[in-house]
Design a protein around this ligand. Structure first.
Ligand code: CP
Ligand code: NVA
Length: 318
């Protein structure tokens, strides 16, 4: 702990395009080793603390299994079973936890909370989802896109496969949507965003400077026109449960179904960060159909996060 070159990963724009190219290369190598049952344990004696203030399946399993596979260990904390739920200041929690572990992953509500933690942490902090952003998910989604459209038989990656592509975002202008916009600005593709009125993305929160990286559509079908990837998310994100009924009414036309997919390119992929609600944001025939890559997308969380932890702890390999 206490490395002066320490980096955090609090939002997608914390890394540059060439760093993403490196991470995707490493993720491909790390995934291949996993598939071949080859041990790769560069994080022996390192500990990851995971702090969850919201529920999780994928984020917990992918970080926890990934850290063990790399030779390290994990401490799992939740609001209910730690002093975080009893009003210990986040700054004090950061000071204490970061003296004992090597890296921290946090899932919480406001982005400001993870920023305050990071400001007082001696070790790298990774955003495992906030109300505003979900960078690890977009990392996995982009890797999944590259695997399908920009990887040769030997596993070499072509980052140019992202250039000029169209990603259709159908649904809530939430943490996922914000992060897609940041990725588009950095990696050179375009997001077609369609949300019900009142649920749009706020470019200031998304934090993008170049308005040409996205275009807003009233009609979700038009947003899907010619898209290379169609993606959506739950209508009600964690922390917004009180709005559930109002959202169900507002989002009724924002269900990605076969008719919507038919407007996209014939080989368009479908992604969803999961958990999914069949019959709400996506129809069963789409999420369980041939264009859907949601299970690879979920698995890839682990491979990209292993590459991310390797990068934050050990720097550039190879
Ligand atoms: N996609 C995702 O972050 O899933 P969990 O909420 O299960 O971690
Ligand atoms: N937007 C969703 C993503 C869940 C992984 C949420 O924040 O609940």
């Amino acid at each position: 702990p206490g490395d002066s070159l320490m980096r955090h990963y609090l939002q997608f724009k914390d890394l540059r395009a060439e760093e993403y190219a490196h991470l995707f290369d490493r993720a491909a190598i790390i995934k291949r080793r996993f598939k071949n049952y080859e041990k790769y344990q560069p994080l022996q004696d390192r500990t990851l603390a995971m702090i969850f203030e919201k529920a999780s399946t994928r984020t917990r399993v992918s970080f926890e299994a990934g850290m063990y596979q790399m030779g390290g260990s994990v401490v799992h904390l939740t609001t209910g079973d730690s002093q975080l739920g009893r009003a210990e200041p986040i700054e004090d929690s950061a000071r204490v936890i970061s003296r004992m572990v090597d890296i921290v992953m946090i899932r919480t509500f406001e982005q400001s909370k993870i920023e305050r933690f990071a400001a007082h942490s001696r070790v790298p902090v990774i955003n495992g989802l906030t109300n505003e952003y979900h960078p690890c998910q977009i990392l996995a989604d982009l890797f999944t896109f590259i695997e399908n459209r920009g990887m040769d038989r030997r596993g070499a990656i072509d980052m140019d496969c992202l250039k000029g592509r169209v990603v259709a975002w159908v649904g809530d202008g939430n943490n996922m949507a914000n992060t897609w916009l940041q990725a588009a600005e950095i990696l050179g593709f375009k997001v077609h965003v369609s949300t019900p009125s009142g649920y749009g993305v706020d470019p200031a929160i998304a934090g993008v400077k170049d308005a040409s990286c996205y275009r807003v559509f009233k009609d979700p079908r038009e947003a899907c026109e010619g898209a290379d990837l169609v993606t959506t998310d739950v209508w009600t994100s964690m922390g917004f449960e009180a709005e559930n009924e109002a959202r169900k009414a507002a989002f009724a036309d924002w269900c990605v179904d076969a008719a919507m997919m038919a407007r996209a390119k014939p080989d368009a992929l479908f992604m969803h960060c999961l958990p999914a609600h069949r019959g709400e944001e996506v129809s069963a025939d789409v999420i369980d159909g041939p264009q859907s890559v949601v299970w690879d997308e979920a698995e890839n969380r682990m491979h990209v996060q292993k590459a991310l932890m390797e990068y934050l702890l050990l720097g550039r390999i190879g």
